[in-house]
Design a protein around this ligand. Structure first.
Ligand code: NAD
Length: 304
């Protein structure tokens, strides 16, 4: 693990865990990218994780340095996996360097179409012709990105969930341009990362899980708006009767009311459908700056 600024040639690793995919370039070292990169490294892939921000790279390195011993103390990672992370994980500020020998890239940069299209065009120029180019985007389907490359059959959504080191599901989405071979390889990589991939046969806004989550949260907010039940009773009922580990309102506090508000407004602007507008309980909290855990107040109060 090191932030590498020089142009040392990456060597393909011997320990890759999924057929002809040995070396993975992760683009973005933020919340998701750092976890995907670490997961891939401890799963035996050679990993180059590139970010344009030196601060993000340093934070990612600090995250890895703190996470490994904590998990070892809990018996969740082995010494062998720590050795793999030490040898195989490279944080770098030069995407070209990370992409030039990659068999696959997983892009986890900011959720902006223009940024993602530019990254994919760059990956397409630099990565070997066989390399698969995946995006971890939550809402941008790969058909909006694939035509920035000369290999649309190898460009797809591979959607992890936060925390990516822990959550078992990865959604692998086959847009109309994606080949069966690409999907099969990404399903295999997902399994090699210890995940249970869900194959999504068609591109659809929000894929599987975010669509289902959005129905539940919309209904929870509707019942709250109508005074049908309190925040606590809604969450407790969902946990107690439906077996969810967290209630929908607690979960919104965790993922961020600001994010939910912005996604709702963006969707509404796209569809013009009033049902896509954020509910009053979200709008009120957004307007007050009560975004959830990160601000100390959302549906619940928190110590910050
Ligand atoms: P983040 O803001 O924590 O990290 C994004 C990183 O991308 C930043 O470190 C930024 O410096 C870097 N970046 C920006 N432009 C870049 C470029 N041109 N090249 C390289 N790096 C660049 O964001 P995040 O929460 O990790 O989300 C990343 C992606 O993952 C988004 O597409 C998001 O939709 C998706 N996603 C997020 C979550 C989540 O819970 N946060 C879950 C699943 C998927």
């Amino acid at each position: 693990m090191s932030i590498e600024t020089d142009a040392r040639k990456p060597d393909a690793g011997e320990t890759g865990a999924s057929g002809d995919i040995q070396t993975i370039c992760v683009v973005g070292a933020g919340l998701m990218g750092q976890q995907i990169a670490l997961l891939a490294a401890i799963s035996g892939f050679e990993v180059y994780c590139a970010d344009t921000s030196t601060e993000a790279l340093r934070k990612a390195e600090d995250f890895v340095a703190a996470w490994l011993p904590k998990q070892k103390a809990k018996g969740r990672v082995t010494d062998a996996q720590i050795a793999l992370a030490t040898d195989n994980l490279h944080f770098i500020n030069d995407l070209d360097f990370g992409a030039k020998n990659a068999d696959m890239a997983i892009e986890a940069a900011v959720e902006e179409l223009g940024v993602k299209r530019a990254i994919f065009a760059q990956l397409d120029r630099i990565a070997p012709p066989h390399a698969i180019l995946a995006t971890n985007s939550s809402y941008l389907v790969s058909s909006k990105i694939a035509d920035a490359t000369s290999r649309p059959d190898k460009v797809l959504n591979m959607h992890f969930f936060n925390p990516a080191l822990i959550m078992k599901t990865v959604e692998v989405v086959q847009g109309p341009h994606v080949s069966d071979e690409t999907v099969e390889k990404v399903m295999a990589v997902s399994r090699a990362l210890g995940k249970i991939p869900a194959k999504v046969n068609k591109e659809i806004y929000g894929f599987l899980c975010n669509r289902i989550f959005s129905v539940i949260t919309k209904e929870a907010c509707y019942m709250l708006d109508q005074g049908i039940a309190s925040v606590e009773d809604i969450d407790n009922a969902v946990k107690g009767a439906l077996g969810h580990p967290m209630g929908p309102l607690e979960l919104l506090d965790m993922t961020g009311i600001d994010l939910e508000y912005r996604l709702g407004m963006e969707r509404y602007r796209e569809t013009g459908n009033l049902a896509d507008k954020p509910s009053p309980s979200l709008v009120e909290r957004y307007a007050r700056g009560d975004y959830g855990r990160k601000t100390g107040k959302g549906f619940y109060d928190y110590e910050v």
